[in-house]
Design a protein around this ligand. Structure first.
Ligand SMILES: Cc1cc2nc3c(=O)[nH]c(=O)nc-3n(C[C@H](O)[C@H](O)[C@H](O)COP(=O)(O)OP(=O)(O)OC[C@H]3O[C@@H](n4cnc5c(N)ncnc54)[C@H](O)[C@@H]3O)c2cc1C
Length: 1016
């Protein structure tokens, strides 16, 4: 940009900013010291807010208490939780809380206390929620309209876990539209609308307006199934929209979390196109998203191209904390701005864009921030936007003075009004409380902190500029501090799985599937001593969704090739173990680079060879990369000798050394990740590997050959010998030249390997070591106060993800007390909503089981379960092939076979427990100890689970599958394994022998001076 132009822009910008500040100051004067009821300390709600703002600890506890409150159905539960949540709070507690705590301890007061708390929380709810019944909502709307405001009505309740719930939710909207139609006749049009019966608000806007969340209309929204999800939402939305058109109403599609953004926009465009003549349809756009600038431009261009005017409700975004946490957990780029000023500046930029396109776009500015409001007013004046092309919107209960001043100065104000039962609407209430008590909330700064007008009205773009320079150096500093001192490698970070909310990632996956399809039917040789080795005998590897489809032909190793592989590994060993640890690690890093470059294709192979869904397959590849990256760093750490306590004149070092030839026998369920984990651990520690993939996934296994060849790993260090388990595996295990066996698979096979490895053969010079990960009979406990909106999907994904074929899968769910019926009903509804079909098609949540043998075995367990207890629910499954219907068994007792034996399929046993302690006893009462989970909001119960739920990996308030390398080292004990934790800091030690070297460094009594001064 030329200097002249820059100068003109700055001049223009400064002029605009001065006008915005002047208008803002005028609006602030108009507030005339009034406070929103939220911040009035003489009101109960205001007092609660006041305590929350002044005490971060109390705020956290209060939010959590409000969150659990709907689940507390008895007075006992209520007073118990009150004590748990607030009992140990240090510092001065607010008076009523002290009173409540005292009452909670008294013997007779519990019911009375429960009443008081219920009343208080409901009162808090009433602050933000317009009515719990349609009748009350209509009354409130009449009042709101008589005060001069328009409304947009939203029905509370967002988490639908099943299609039945989504259907019911759509039904509620149908009733609401009908009731609004009935009530509308009593409402005169708002100012400027004229007197006639058909008059519109402000002369152009329908009186009836609803807001709606797409995710509430379909329980199976999955970003990877983009088109299917859009269509499913539309199926429920179309009839509502038609009903609304008849009622001459307006609709706004709310914007939810980032994962649903593309789908919501897809729904909006589709609906707009299908009903081109009806223009009262808008969509919320969130200024805090970095993508929104491009999205708004795209929407405006789309609108012009198709001649379809659009409505945009511009908001800043209500899910900031969630988006940051979710992106960090997955290693994705954070989709939102991280400086508040950036969001504020984006809001102004976007408002300007929409206002300038007023011919085709209508702006609803949804904000309570006076600076943002003033900016919209001045930008509208500058763009000559007619007054009937924009309005302001505020949330009910949030900022009454702001709404009043807007009404005085602008006139066109719409209130966003949530309605519905208050108790289930707690999620909304919690979000509002979070928003109002956040440090940077405008309302808090203005009405609670008393920030001065100059700061409140400062140009956010200026603040962004200022913040930029020091930020860059801070980031550099942070990076420098985070770097490990002993290695040039950056710290380990998990490989992010594919983010299917992104269109380009979905396209890449589709293209990868097409590419892999072109490669079907090839023949794959063995790989021994650095060379491919074909054999005459080949076996077909087939697609579990269609066993007649051959994925490829795989050469079969016999004993002679097994001997060759062991010989190659043995002769490579001496050199390889003497290769320094950093060099060995570097091969893993190169292999990781190879997998990363091919991650979509490697996932696509899994979809076809083993029936993994897109996201599951992508996660498996990411985990394989993680193992390579993590173990490379671990070896750097363990690779140098470590000095032990040494008195003067003596030096003691400990070091680790490779054991020799390692046989790796891999499972089919994590065909790349687990193979890669065991193989890379053996290789990086200096062992040479003979790898036998599962006969069900030999082609995925073969990709490790490509990865290590690409990394130029020396010949003989890695050998690939697919073959029949009975013939080859047994032979390898018994072989006298083998020192280590790494196995992951069923408990029966694992125990047999341990037994065989224990017998030492003639001529064998080393005791074999077995590293063994085996089965599980994993349980999730659902406590009486669990959040079922989280627990039901959590159990569902843990039990049925990848058809329940993970060793970490949940196969028992133990439900405490009175929550049983409602939990089971919602779980069955959710299970019914899962569609079964080929994993290639992302419309299907579940796919086939691995083969016909597995299918028969699982079906026979279902028969056993039906005799021991009863089938509570069985889903539908396509005929023939390898599909098994999702099955939930009820009335199961701890002694039943289906409660004790590993089934490895989509079968879940539900059990009852009277108390949490009983649930823990039942959870522990099996031979296994692999994974387990608890959904509870009782701090005491969570603590009890930490102490006594004895499994290798315990998950609290989340699903129990999907352990991540480095973050959740994985593996169990009892008959689940030997306590070796894959992806953890101790794992590599199992592949090595420890040695200690002691040296006398004194020579004829002479000790180096430094040694005397600085003894270790
Ligand atoms: C009528 C109406 C409808 C709404 N509909 C939706 C909707 O469909 N979807 C939705 O998500 N929200 C919606 N909201 C909520 C809205 O997104 C804001 O959360 C809320 O209005 C607060 O913004 P503000 O401008 O009033 O307040 P301000 O205090 O000026 O802004 C607060 C906002 O700034 C952002 N922010 C806070 N901290 C940071 C940070 N560190 N870095 C970057 N940004 C930060 C957040 O978005 C936060 O909500 C709606 C709001 C209104 C008024």
């Amino acid at each position: 940009m030329s200097e002249r132009r820059q100068g003109r822009d700055d001049g223009e910008g400064q002029g605009l900013n001065a006008r915005i500040v002047a208008t803002g100051a005028d609006l602030l004067r108009g507030l005339a010291g009034e406070k929103p009821s939220l911040f009035q300390r003489d009101r109960w709600v205001g007092r609660i807010m006041d305590w929350s703002l002044g005490n971060a600890e109390f705020r956290t506890r209060l939010l959590r208490f409000v969150d659990v409150f709907p689940a507390l159905s008895t007075s006992r539960a209520l007073s118990h939780h009150l004590k748990e949540y607030f009992g140990d709070m240090g510092g001065p507690a607010p008076g009523p809380l002290r009173w409540a705590m005292g009452a909670a301890s008294g013997p007779l007061a519990a019911p009375f206390l429960a009443k008081v708390i219920r009343y208080s929380i409901e009162k808090l709810g009433h602050q933000f929620i317009i009515g719990d019944t349609s009748e009350r909502a209509m009354k409130s709307l009449s009042r709101i309209r008589s005060e001069g405001c328009a409304f947009s009505l939203d029905i509370l309740g967002e988490a639908v876990v099943s299609e039945d719930e989504a259907e019911a939710y759509a039904g509620q909207y149908a009733v609401l539209i009908r009731d609004l139609r009935g009530a509308e006749g009593k409402w005169p049009a708002l100012a400027g609308g004229g007197e006639s019966r058909d008059a519109l608000d402000w002369g152009y806007a329908p009186a009836i307006s609803i807001s709606l969340k797409p995710s509430s209309l379909h329980s199976q929204i999955r970003p990877q199934n983009f088109e299917g999800s859009v269509e499913a939402v539309l199926r429920r939305l179309r009839p509502l929209y038609e009903q609304l058109i008849e009622a001459r109403g307006a609709m706004c599609i709310d914007m939810e979390s980032y994962a649903y953004k593309g789908i919501s926009l897809g729904v909006y465009k589709a609906l707009r196109k299908e009903y081109p003549g009806y223009r009262d349809l808008s969509i919320a756009m969130q200024a805090y998203l970095r993508d929104t600038g491009a999205d708004v431009e795209d929407l405006l261009a789309w609108s012009e191209k198709h001649g379809l005017p659009v409505g945009i409700r511009l908001v800043k975004g209500a899910y900031w904390d969630y988006e940051v946490v979710r992106a960090r957990q997955n290693g994705w780029v954070i989709p939102v701005y991280t400086e508040k000023a950036e969001t504020d500046a984006a809001f102004e930029r976007l408002a300007r864009l929409v206002l300038e396109h007023h011919d085709t776009a209508y702006l609803a500015a949804g904000t309570h921030n006076i600076r943002s409001i003033a900016a919209v007013l001045e930008l509208a004046a500058q763009a000559h936007t007619p007054s009937d092309r924009y309005e302001f919107q505020v949330l009910y209960g949030m900022a009454e003075p702001v709404r009043r001043v807007l009404l005085d100065r602008v006139g066109r104000v719409r209130l966003y009004c949530p309605c519905g039962p208050i108790v289930p609407g707690m999620a909304y209430l919690v979000r509002r409380l979070l928003e109002n008590t956040a440090n940077q909330s405008f309302l808090r700064l203005m009405f609670s902190e008393g920030t001065d007008a100059g700061d409140l009205l400062r140009d956010p773009a200026e603040a962004v500029e200022k913040a930029r320079a020091p930020q860059a150096s801070t980031a550099r500093k942070a990076r420098a501090l985070a770097a490990p001192p002993s290695s040039d490698l950056p710290p380990f970070e998990n490989q992010p799985p594919a983010d299917f909310t992104r269109e380009d990632e979905r396209d890449r996956f589709r293209e990868a599937l097409a590419r892999v399809r072109q490669k079907l039917g090839r023949t794959y040789p063995l790989f021994i001593n650095g060379e491919d080795r074909a054999t005459e005998e080949t076996e077909a590897s087939t697609n579990p969704a269609d066993p007649s489809e051959v994925i490829g032909w795989v050469c079969q190793a016999r004993r002679i090739e097994a001997d060759e592989a062991i010989a190659a590994a043995s002769s490579a060993f001496e050199r390889w173990r003497n290769t320094d640890a950093s060099t060995r690690a570097s091969y893993l890093l190169k292999a990781a680079g190879h997998l990363r470059a091919r991650r979509f294709e490697l996932a696509a192979w899994q979809v076809l060879e083993i029936g993994k869904q897109w996201d599951q397959a992508s996660a498996d590849v990411a985990e394989a990369i993680d193992f390579l990256e993590y173990y490379a760093r671990e070896m750097e750490r363990l690779g140098s000798p470590r000095l032990l306590p040494s008195p003067p004149g003596e030096r003691n070092y400990s070091l680790y050394e490779a054991r020799g030839v390692a046989v790796v026998i891999a499972p089919w369920n994590f065909p790349l990740a687990i193979s890669c984990g065991m193989v890379s651990a053996a290789i990086v520690t200096g062992n040479c590997v003979v790898y036998k993939p599962s006969p069900l996934t030999p082609i995925i296994g073969r990709h490790l050959v490509e990865a290590f060849s690409d990394a130029l790993l020396p010949a003989g260090v890695f050998n690939y010998v697919p073959g029949r388990t009975g013939e080859i595996a047994e032979y390898l295990i018994d072989h006298g030249a083998v020192s280590t066996i790494a196995f992951t698979g069923s408990t029966d096979v694992g125990l047999r390997i341990i037994e065989k490895a224990a017998s030492t053969r003639q001529g064998q010079f080393q005791v074999k070591r077995v590293i063994c990960e085996m089965g599980g009979k994993n349980a999730i406990i659902i406590d009486e106060d669990a959040d079922l909106d989280e627990a039901v999907p959590g159990v569902l994904v843990s039990a049925f993800g990848f058809q329940g074929q993970k060793c970490s899968s949940c196969s028992r769910v133990i439900v405490v007390g009175a929550i049983y019926d409602v939990f089971v009903e919602r779980l069955m509804g959710a299970a019914k909503s899962l569609a079964l079909g080929p994993a290639e098609d992302p419309a299907f949540a579940l796919g086939p089981v691995v083969d016909d043998r597995a299918r028969s075995r699982i079906l026979s367990y279902i028969e056993v379960g039906d005799k021991e207890g009863r089938v509570l629910f069985q889903g539908e499954a396509p005929e023939g092939r390898n599909y098994v219907p999702v099955t939930i068994l009820g009335d199961i007792e701890i002694g039943h076979r289906v409660a004790q034996e590993e089934i490895f399929g989509p079968v879940l046993a539900v059990m009852r427990a009277a108390t949490f302690e009983e649930a823990l006893d039942k959870a522990n009462a099996t031979r296994f100890a692999l994974t387990g989970g608890v959904f509870s909001r009782s701090p005491d119960h969570l603590e009890a689970a930490r102490r006594s739920f004895r499994v290798g990996n315990l998950y609290l308030n989340r699903h129990i599958t999907g352990a991540l390398v480095g973050r959740q080292p994985f593996g169990g004990f009892k008959l689940s394994g030997l306590g070796t934790k894959a992806g953890g800091a101790e794992y590599l030690l199992h592949f090595m022998d420890p040695r200690v070297v002691t040296e006398n460094i004194a020579r004829k009594g002479f000790v180096p001076e430094a040694d005397l001064e600085d003894p270790c």
